[in-house]
Design a protein around this ligand. Structure first.
Ligand code: GLN
Ligand code: ZN
Length: 756
C-alpha cells in the first residue's frame, strides 16, 4: 500500500509566492529573486511530503500563475500578440497571465475561466491556425531534476492533451483534431525525456473525463493516448482524473496501456460502482482518491477503510490519495492561532491530509486497525458532539411547504403593482451595490477590527460615507440608489460574521487565480441570525433621500458556495438554514421601509454539477428553492432584485427565471450579448439589467458606447423590462473613473429613453 499526492498548494504556507510575485510585478524583485522564491517553496513542499512519508510526491504541480498556462507554454501555444512583444520568457509568461502595457506594446491577458466546479480560475489557452504545437518548455523536466538533486524521485504532473484541447479556445479554422499528431509527438517526447532523467511515473491529468463526453470526445481521447502510450518507454503513466467519475470512458481507459488510473471516490458518485461492475484492469495500479481534496474536514477512517479494503480486493495494487489536488484547500491548520483546539482538531488542511494518508496507509496494512491509536482517536473525534443541533430550526425546515417557496401574487401581477407604485422612468438606472473602497474606508474597518477605534466612531465614519454616496448618486441622477457597502469587506464574510454557525480563519488562504487568494469561512454548525444585520445602515441611507435605496444582501447559495460546507448534513439543509436567516433580514428590511431589496447570487452558477444529468437532482432542485425561500414572504409592492457576475446561464434560463426575482442584473459587457437572444427566445419574464460597461477595467466608457449597447439590448428586450447598470459592484474602482462612467451611463439612458 502506497500514498500519492495529486498536487500540493503552491502559494506557500504564508502566501509567500503571492508576495514575491507582487513585488516582482512592481519591479521591486528581480526575475532571479522571484525564481529563487519559487525554488525555495518547492523545496519546502517536497520536504514536507517526504517527512510525512508520501510515496508518490508530485513535481511540476508548482506554477508561478496557473498550470493551464504552463501547459500552453510547454506546448509552444503562445499567441502571436505576446511573442511580438519580444519579452524574455518570464515577462512573456506574465504578459499572457496579466496583460502587458509598456514600452514593448499593449496587450490584454488571456481569458480566465473557472476550473471545473471550483473557485480556482485557469487561463484559457488560444490555439490558432498558425499555432505549432511542439514540446517547447522545460519546466516539467527542470522541476523533476531539481527535486532529484534534493534527493526525491518525484512523479511529474502534466495536464493531459484532451483536457488541454477541450479547454482551449480555437481562434482560427483549425479544430482539436487538427492538432492530434503534434500533441502526440510533444507528449511522447516529454515522456521520453522524463524517462531519461530517471522518472519512474508520470501523472497525466485528464479531469475533462469526468464531464459528459460524446463519441467524438471519446475517439479523441483514445487516439491521443494510444499514440502517446506507444512511446512511453520505461516510464509508467498514470491517467489521473478528479472532480467526478469517468462513467463515459471507464472501459476505454481500462483498455488503454496506462500503468495506473486515478479515480475520485469522493465526488465521483459512480466510481465505486464502475469498479464493482467492470472490475479493475489487471496489471494496472488503482490510485484511489478517498480523502476529500476540496474540503477541510478530517477524514473518517471507519468509513474510508472498508472502501479501501473493497478496492484492494478488486485491484492488485492500490495507492491511496486525495480526490483532487490539494490546491483547493489551505496549507495548514497549524497557522490558526485563534480557533479553539476543540474546533481545530476537526480540520485537515493540506499538510494534515498528508498525515491522514500516512495513517490510512498504516491502518490498511493492519490486521486489526480498530485497535490502533490512530483509529481510536479518529473514532473519538467523530463520536464527539461538535455542536448542539438547533432543533427548532430543524423542525422549521421540516415543516416548510410549497407555500413557503412561492411568492404571491404571480410575477405578472406583481410587475403591474410595482410599476404603478414605484413610477420609475423607462430604463431605470442603478448600480450593483458597492462604491469604491478607498483607502480611508479600509482603514476605518481595519482600525475598528483591531479595536483601535470605538464602534461609535466606526459607525459615524460609515454614515458619513453613505451620506456622501447618496449625494453623489443624486447629483449623477441615478434612479435607484445604493448605500455603497462601505461596512463590508467581502460579500460572504460580512454575512457569515453576523450569523451563528460560521467559523473564520486567519491564514487559511486558497488560491483563486494567480496571486489572488480567498479565505472561505467554515460552516461549523446550524446557521441562524442573531439580530438584524443590514437594517441600520439601510434605514439611514433611505432616510437621506426621496429616491428608493436598495437593501443589499448576499443570497444563500452564494454564501454556501463560497464557504467550506459541512459534511455531516446535506448541502440543501445548510442552504435552507441560510435562506431562513436571510429571509428574516429581508422581512426586517421591508418592515423598516426598504422597498427594493437586492439579493446577490454571484456564485450560483459556479457549483452547477459537471454532468447535465445531475444539474437538477443534485443542485438546482434545492438551490433555486433556497433563493425563493428568502423572498417569498414580501409584499407584492416590494421589489426583489438579484445579481450575477456572469451571463453564462444560457443553459439554465428557465431556472434563473424560476428564482422569481422581479429584476436580475448581470455581467454582459464583455460577452457577445448572445444571452439576450436566448432570453428573448425563452420568453424570460424577469426584468433585466445586462451590465452596460465593464467595471473590471479603469476605462471610462463614452456615453455613445453605452447608448449603442442599450439600443442593441432594446432589439431583444421589451423597453418595459430593461434596466441600466454597470456589470458589477464598483468596490475595486476609484472615483476618478466611477463618476464619469456613471454620468455617461445616466446620460445614455436619458437619451435613449427620450426616443422611446
Ligand atoms: N453587491 C455586491 C457589490 O456590488 C455584488 C458583488 C458581486 O457581485 N460580486 O459589490
Ligand atoms: Zn457581480
Amino acid at each position: 500500500m502506497k500514498t500519492s499526492v495529486i498536487g500540493f498548494p503552491r502559494i506557500g504556507r504564508f502566501r509567500e509566492l503571492k508576495f514575491a510575485s507582487e513585488s516582482f510585478f512592481k519591479g521591486e524583485k528581480t526575475p532571479e529573486e522571484l525564481l529563487s522564491a519559487g525554488k525555495e517553496l518547492r523545496k519546502q513542499h517536497w520536504a514536507l511530503q517526504e517527512s510525512d512519508g508520501i510515496d508518490f510526491i508530485p513535481s511540476n504541480d508548482f506554477s508561478f500563475y496557473d498550470g493551464m498556462l504552463d501547459t500552453a507554454v510547454m506546448l509552444n501555444a503562445v499567441p502571436k500578440r505576446y511573442r511580438e512583444l519580444k519579452l524574455d520568457g518570464l515577462h512573456e509568461y506574465f504578459a499572457m497571465a496579466r496583460g502587458y502595457q509598456g514600452p514593448n506594446g499593449d496587450v490584454k491577458a488571456l481569458a480566465m475561466k473557472k476550473w471545473f466546479n471550483t473557485n480556482y480560475h485557469y487561463l484559457v489557452p488560444e490555439i490558432g491556425d498558425e499555432t505549432e504545437i511542439r514540446l517547447n518548455g522545460s519546466k516539467a523536466l527542470g522541476e523533476f531534476s531539481e527535486a532529484k538533486s534534493l534527493g526525491a524521485v518525484t512523479k511529474p504532473v502534466v495536464i493531459g492533451p484532451l483536457t488541454f484541447l477541450k479547454l482551449s479556445r480555437f481562434t482560427g479554422a483549425k479544430r482539436a483534431a487538427d492538432f492530434v499528431p503534434d500533441l502526440i509527438r510533444a507528449y511522447s517526447l516529454l515522456l521520453e525525456k522524463l524517462g531519461a532523467l530517471g522518472a519512474e511515473w508520470v501523472q497525466i491529468d485528464e479531469p475533462i473525463l469526468v464531464r459528459d463526453l460524446d463519441a467524438a470526445d471519446l475517439a479523441l481521447f483514445r487516439k491521443l493516448h494510444t499514440g502517446i502510450l506507444k512511446a512511453k518507454g520505461p516510464v509508467k503513466v498514470l491517467l489521473q482524473t478528479y472532480f467526478g467519475d469517468i462513467r463515459d470512458c471507464y472501459k476505454d481507459a481500462a483498455a488503454l496501456d496506462f500503468d495506473g488510473i486515478g479515480l475520485d471516490f469522493v465526488e465521483g458518485k459512480e466510481s465505486l460502482s464502475l469498479v464493482r461492475k467492470n472490475g479493475f484492469p489487471d496489471g494496472k495500479v488503482l490510485f484511489a482518491g478517498l480523502l476529500n481534496g476540496k474540503n477541510i474536514w478530517r477524514n473518517h477512517y471507519a468509513k474510508t477503510l472498508p472502501v479501501l479494503r473493497e478496492l484492494q480486493g478488486g485491484a492488485k495494487q492500490v495507492v491511496i490519495g486525495t480526490s483532487c489536488s490539494l490546491l483547493h484547500v489551505p496549507f495548514t491548520v497549524e497557522s490558526e492561532t485563534k480557533l479553539a483546539p476543540a474546533c481545530k482538531k476537526h480540520f485537515a488542511f493540506a499538510a494534515e491530509k498528508l498525515r491522514e494518508l500516512t495513517d490510512l496507509k498504516k491502518l490498511a496494512s493492519c490486521k486489526a486497525p480498530e485497535g490502533t491509536d490512530e483509529y481510536r482517536a479518529n473514532e473519538a473525534l467523530f463520536r464527539s458532539v461538535r455542536h448542539e443541533e438547533n432543533k427548532a430550526l430543524k423542525a422549521k425546515i421540516d415543516a416548510l411547504t410549497e407555500r413557503d417557496f412561492t411568492r404571491r401574487p404571480a410575477f405578472a401581477e406583481r410587475e403591474k403593482i410595482q410599476k404603478a407604485s414605484f413610477r420609475l422612468p423607462l430604463l431605470p438606472t442603478t448600480t450593483i451595490g458597492s462604491f469604491p473602497q478607498t483607502s480611508d474606508v479600509r482603514a476605518n474597518r481595519s482600525a475598528y477590527r483591531k479595536g483601535r477605534i470605538p464602534e461609535e466612531q466606526y459607525v459615524e465614519f460609515n454614515k458619513r460615507k453613505i451620506k456622501e454616496c447618496i449625494e453623489l448618486q443624486e447629483k449623477i441622477g441615478l434612479d435607484v440608489l445604493v448605500h455603497g457597502e462601505f461596512e463590508r469587506n467581502d460579500m460572504v464574510e460580512y454575512f457569515g460574521e453576523h450569523l451563528n454557525g460560521f467559523l473564520f480563519t486567519e491564514k487559511a488562504w486558497v488560491q483563486s487565480y494567480g496571486t489572488r487568494c480567498v479565505k472561505p469561512p467554515i460552516i461549523w454548525g446550524d446557521i441562524s441570525r442573531r439580530s438584524p444585520i443590514t437594517v441600520g445602515y439601510a434605514k439611514y441611507a433611505q432616510s437621506l433621500t426621496k429616491k428608493y435605496v436598495k437593501g443589499m444582501l448576499t443570497g444563500p447559495v452564494t454564501i454556501l458556495n463560497w464557504s467550506f460546507p459541512r459534511e455531516d448534513i446535506p448541502l440543501k439543509e445548510s442552504a435552507f438554514q441560510i435562506a431562513l436567516a436571510i429571509r428574516e433580514e429581508v422581512l426586517d428590511l421591508e418592515a423598516n421601509g426598504i422597498r427594493i431589496i437586492q439579493i446577490d447570487e454571484a456564485a450560483l452558477r459556479e457549483k452547477l454539477p459537471l454532468r447535465k444529468a445531475d444539474w437538477h437532482s443534485e443542485y438546482l432542485d434545492w438551490a433555486i428553492p433556497a433563493f425563493r425561500l428568502v423572498h417569498s414572504g414580501v409584499k407584492p409592492e416590494t421589489q426583489i432584485h438579484t445579481h450575477m457576475c456572469y451571463s453564462e446561464f444560457g443553459d439554465i434560463i428557465q431556472d434563473i427565471d424560476n428564482m422569481d426575482a422581479d429584476v436580475i442584473t448581470f455581467e454582459a459587457s464583455r460577452s457577445d450579448l448572445s444571452i439576450l437572444s436566448a432570453l428573448n427566445k425563452a420568453g424570460f419574464r424577469t426584468e433585466v439589467g445586462p451590465g452596460v460597461y465593464d467595471i473590471h477595467s479603469p476605462r471610462v466608457p463614452p456615453a455613445a458606447e453605452i447608448r449603442a449597447a442599450l439600443q442593441k439590448m432594446l432589439q431583444k428586450i421589451p423597453k418595459e423590462k430593461l434596466w441600466v447598470n454597470p456589470d458589477c459592484g464598483l468596490k475595486t474602482r476609484g472615483y476618478a473613473e466611477t463618476v464619469p462612467s456613471l454620468e455617461h451611463l445616466v446620460q445614455a439612458a436619458r437619451e435613449v429613453r427620450s426616443g422611446l
